[in-house]
Design a protein around this ligand. Structure first.
Ligand code: ZN
Length: 142
């Protein structure tokens, strides 16, 4: 990925996937599932029942969504807990020490504390997006 490609990514699955692959060393576990609109229970197969089995256990009859959705669990570009995990990855923590700074104009800046390396300071709308982009620039050296 080039610097421009990274900087123009939106905080969504593509950015999450790039961080997972390039920084964390795993692929997103994307599942195609039906989801219960009430409780979030998921299943890959509605053939046995169109009711949510989890809600059914509580005596509630909830019809599962009839369209499959792509879901995955690692969302550092929108979830700060996941973004913090990225900052705590030893390669990031020990080598770049990327820190996060709020600004008075509503944007967030992520930049390295340690000197050296390419410029990986990034300004973004959300703290998690800034972290993801700064970390990608740092790791890929672009
Ligand atoms: Zn349910």
């Amino acid at each position: 990925m080039t610097r421009d490609q990274i900087l123009t990514l939106k905080p969504d699955r593509k950015l999450d996937g790039a961080v997972a692959h390039n920084v964390m060393g795993f692929k997103l576990n994307v599942r195609e599932v039906y989801i219960c609109p009430e409780c979030g229970w998921e299943t890959g197969d509605l053939e046995t029942s169109s009711r949510c089995q989890a809600c059914w256990a509580n005596g509630d009859r909830v019809t599962m969504s009839d369209e499959k959705e792509s879901v995955y669990d690692f969302k550092p570009s929108t979830d700060m807990n996941d973004a913090i995990q990225v900052l705590q990855k030893p390669e990031i923590m020990d080598r770049f020490q990327i820190g996060l700074y709020p600004t008075s104009f509503g944007k967030w800046i992520a930049r390295p504390f340690m000197p050296g390396g390419k410029d990986c300071a990034v300004q973004a709308d959300s703290p998690s997006e800034a972290i993801c982009k700064s970390v990608l620039l740092a790791v890929l050296g672009v």
